[in-house]
Design a protein around this ligand. Structure first.
Ligand SMILES: Nc1ncnc2c1ncn2[C@@H]1O[C@H](COP(=O)(O)OP(=O)(O)OP(=O)(O)O)[C@@H](O)[C@H]1O
Ligand SMILES: [Mg+2]
Length: 223
């Protein structure tokens, strides 16, 4: 069953008087429950693609359909609502809100969706990620690995159908990264989420159902 279909995406950035193409007619299909990893050289457009799929940016051309909904025909505010409801994003540098505690950071995506009465879910999630005793801490009182576990919780707390992760272990040491990755994949499989994850680590791709490589603005399936 198809969850996401991106067709003929074209996107470029202007630097001074020049247009630098980043995506040139890119196509992508994601099926429900798939774990897909995305490789490609630095600057090849991986983060740009994730931003387009999340509806954070608009492509200059092409179509992004998620669960049959054409993202590009939505207004900016409708796209934001769609993202809050259906998409979870994990970044390399955690992006937790420094003035909120762990528990408050987690409850934010729920309250943004008008789902207040789900404290239990946040607690259960923290427990599963081995973070139960850290609920009242602030992000700067946590290690990098712990912060990323909270960020994973936050991205998944509202049970999004699509999870986008941009080098989620890119700023962690190898041991911490391995632990965080294991937890992420466990949760993704347990929830039946669909994960598209950017990584520079060929080693991590053994966890993927499919591996794609960004080349010259398009995706190639890797064997
Ligand atoms: N807002 C922007 N304005 C201008 N150019 C941009 C902008 N964002 C990205 N670019 C350019 O687009 C290209 C693709 O960038 P992108 O961040 O998508 O690459 P990436 O594959 O994620 O790289 P990395 O592996 O280093 O994270 C780069 O050449 C970058 O300089
Ligand atoms: Mg990037």
């Amino acid at each position: 069953m198809i969850l996401l279909q991106a067709t003929d995406l074209c996107h470029s950035y202007s630097t001074g008087d020049q247009q630098v193409p980043v995506l040139s007619g890119l196509n992508l299909t994601l099926h429900r429950g798939e774990v897909v990893m995305l490789l490609g050289p630095s600057g090849s457009g991986k983060s740009s693609l994730l931003n387009l799929l999340a509806g954070i940016e608009r492509p200059q051309q092409g179509s992004v359909k998620i669960q049959g909904e054409e993202l590009l025909s939505l207004s900016e505010s409708a796209r934001t609502r769609f993202r809050r409801r259906h998409i979870g994003v994990i970044y390399q540098f955690f992006n937790l809100i420094p003035t909120l505690t762990v528990a408050e950071n987690l409850l934010l995506p729920l309250s943004l969706n008008g789902r207040r009465a789900e404290k239990g879910r946040a607690e259960a999630f923290l427990h599963r990620l081995g973070m139960k005793d850290k609920a009242t801490r602030f992000p700067d009182q946590l290690s990098g690995g712990e912060q990323q576990r909270v960020a994973i919780c936050r991205a998944m707390i509202h049970q999004p159908m699509l999870l986008l992760a941009d080098e989620p272990t890119g700023s962690l040491d190898a041991d911490t990264a391995a632990g965080v990755m294991e937890l992420l994949l466990q949760q993704v499989r347990a929830e039946g989420s669909t994960l598209l994850m950017v990584t520079h680590s060929e080693a991590l791709t053994r966890h993927a159902d499919r591996v794609l490589t960004m080349r010259r603005g398009r995706l190639e399936e890797t064997g």
